[in-house]
Design a protein around this ligand. Structure first.
Ligand SMILES: NC(=O)c1ccc[n+]([C@@H]2O[C@H](COP(=O)([O-])OP(=O)(O)OC[C@H]3O[C@@H](n4cnc5c(N)ncnc54)[C@H](O)[C@@H]3O)[C@@H](O)[C@H]2O)c1
Length: 372
């Protein structure tokens, strides 16, 4: 198959969908790979490395879209890319169709085949192409939180790990899934006193077994949260209710219970946030202050660490991309339920129920029974 890797053009997106190692793997399977010039630069991969791995480097994005049967990307196509997409071209990338009606209509009109990273799903209902970004965001939450706790950045002025003779900071993690677990591990590693709250008792049991001694687990409820926020230095929001807005576990009026300079990092901001006062921010302007509480609410945290995020993402996407290239999307999806769940749009039809429902458009059940 002819594979194209365009340079990401969405604002501040430095990741790339295929590394030179990925190119080499595709070549091993007999495919041809075209990479747009400088596509990998933001993640530390020079054009020469792609060429050495066997890719052909093309000068423009137009060249890449024009030649490729399958486009592998990171972010959804933006409006300037729509005219470049060809009928029946396979696009394998994050789409998040339910948050853009314009994108949904554009892909339907183009007749593109859209396989969305975010809906590829394993039989245990986990989302293998979202996990790596949650891992990055969870770990980064502590790095950012530690930084904004410093006095010049308006935090309380406390070192997460303390020093001998001085107690460490208290970190409260709301939600013990992928983000929460990684955040708790990082905070614990730095020596903080960590509490993780979750609604799931089996999950709390599991965390209690694997976490170091400076991590406590507690049931998530209003009473426990109200008590814990009073002396927390750093609070990480990491809850997720699949397909729904995040619940507001900390409401506006609860901020006054917290000490001035407390930092909240609401990683769940992309689902509305679990702290009521959180609204999405950017890497250029990551924080704002309400009632003396520092809010960090960047909606695309992994974008700040592309060297790590690109490798984490491509480690997870490559095996699926190879299947698509080897078999073509129809055979690959017929033989692999996980990939089939990723089918969102094909032949001008919506094949994913959630997307059809989001925009009140017909859902094609016949092709997409597994997505129901
Ligand atoms: N901001 C970013 O850059 C970024 C990056 C990656 C992920 N995220 C977001 O982070 C959030 C968490 O992702 P994840 O992969 O860890 O999800 P996950 O499904 O692995 O974990 C969510 C956890 O929240 C728990 N939970 C649900 N309701 C709760 C409640 N009321 N109190 C306490 N816990 C509760 C669940 O039991 C589960 O353990 C998602 O919204 C995800 O989209 C954001």
């Amino acid at each position: 198959m002819i594979i194209g890797v365009p340079k990401e053009i969405k604002n501040n997106e430095n990741r790339v969908a295929l590394t030179p190692a990925g190119v080499s793997e595709m070549k091993k399977h007999g495919h041809t790979v075209y990479v747009q010039a400088t596509a990998g630069l933001g993640s530390g991969f020079a054009d020469e490395e792609y060429a050495e791995a066997g890719a052909v480097v093309l000068p423009t994005i137009e060249d890449v879209y024009a030649i490729a049967e399958m486009i592998i990307k990171v972010k959804e196509p933006i409006a300037s890319e729509y005219p470049l997409i060809k009928k029946d071209q396979l696009l394998f990338t994050y789409f998040h169709f339910a948050s853009s009606e314009e994108l949904t209509h554009a892909m339907l009109e183009k007749g593109a085949v859209c396989l969305a990273y975010e809906t590829v799903e394993k039989t245990d209902r986990s989302l293998p192409l979202l996990v790596p970004m949650s891992e990055v965001a969870g770990r980064m939450a502590i790095q950012q939180g530690a930084k904004y706790l410093e006095k010049p950045l308006k935090g309380r002025g406390i070192l997460l790990g303390g020093v001998p003779g001085v107690p460490p900071a208290k970190v409260l993690v709301l939600g013990g899934g992928i983000v929460g677990t990684q955040a708790a591990k990082m905070a614990a590693g730095l020596g903080a006193q960590v509490t993780i709250m979750d609604l799931s008792l089996p999950r709390l049991r599991q965390l209690d077994d694997i976490m170091p001694a400076n991590v406590n687990t507690e049931m998530s409820n209003h009473y426990n949260i109200t008590r814990a926020i009073k002396d927390a230095d750093l609070i990480v929001g990491a809850v997720l209710i699949p397909g729904a807005k995040a619940p507001h576990l900390i409401t506006r009026d609860m901020l006054k219970l917290m000490r001035p300079g407390t930092v909240v990092v609401d990683v769940a901001v992309d689902q509305g946030g679990c702290i009521e006062t959180c609204t999405p921010t950017t890497h250029e302007n990551p924080t704002f202050i309400i009632d003396d509480i520092v809010h960090y609410c960047v909606a695309n945290m992994p974008g700040a660490v592309p060297y790590t995020s690109t490798l984490a993402l491509t480690n997870a996407t490559l095996p699926y991309a190879v299947q698509l290239a080897n078999k073509g999307w129809e055979k690959a999806c017929a033989e692999n339920e996980e990939l089939k769940k990723g089918l969102n749009v094909a032949n001008g039809k919506i094949l994913y129920k959630g997307v059809a429902e989001a925009w009140n458009l017909p859902f094609n059940e016949e092709i997409a029974l597994a997505n129901a």
